[in-house]
Design a binder for this molecule. Structure first.
Ligand SMILES: [Zn+2]
Length: 178
């Protein structure tokens, strides 16, 4: 049965726009820490539409230890569901809290950075962050209008000039994390 992907703690218009970008990075896979062996595992999300998709078929797979679990085998409600919006079938998905939205696992690509928590769903997401942090800085340096920039939709701490160097370094570090 199709489900609606909803739920976020973010409120402002800018951040909502950023979330639309985040949705694009939920596919084709989300890299997480394996619940069993703590090495890199993957949630195969395949191709799904953001508005309507069947989540029950989503699978968490670890090629190291063989862990393999479908979302349909997981308990219906997440422990932090009180802060989320529940969809009609009793599941809720939180996007934008630094964990994977489906199994609630720690992400593989995450790292403390500039007194915040840098995280990405996969390497494409990291590339996006890297490119747009740099693009935003270029625009700011040139004092050009930046409202068209995807980078302007990033959280403030990610576009702050004082965090520039450490952020780019953190992203580069995570890109090396295979
Ligand atoms: Zn494993």
């Amino acid at each position: 049965m199709p489900q609606t992907l909803i739920g976020t703690e973010m409120q402002t218009r800018t951040q909502e726009t950023y979330l639309k970008d985040i949705y694009d990075f939920l596919e084709p896979e989300i890299l997480v820490v394996c619940p069993k062996c703590h090495r890199k595992a993957s949630i195969k999300t395949g191709k799904f539409s953001v508005a309507v998709f069947s989540a029950e078929d989503l699978k968490l797979v670890c090629t190291d230890c063989g862990y393999n679990k479908k979302l349909s085998e997981k308990a219906k409600l997440f422990s932090n569901a009180s802060t989320d919006v529940n969809c009609s079938t009793g599941r809720s998905f939180t996007v934008g809290n630094g964990k994977d939205p489906f199994f609630d696992c720690e992400l593989w690509l995450t790292k403390p950075c500039a007194e915040n928590n840098l995280w990405a769903y996969n390497y494409e997401h990291l590339d996006f962050l890297y490119d747009h942090v740099r693009a935003t800085l270029r625009e700011r340096n040139a004092e050009a209008p930046r409202n068209r920039s995807l980078g302007s939709r990033l959280p403030k701490w990610m576009t702050s000039r004082k965090n520039r160097d450490s952020l780019l370094k953190c992203i580069a570090d995570l890109k090396e994390r295979q």
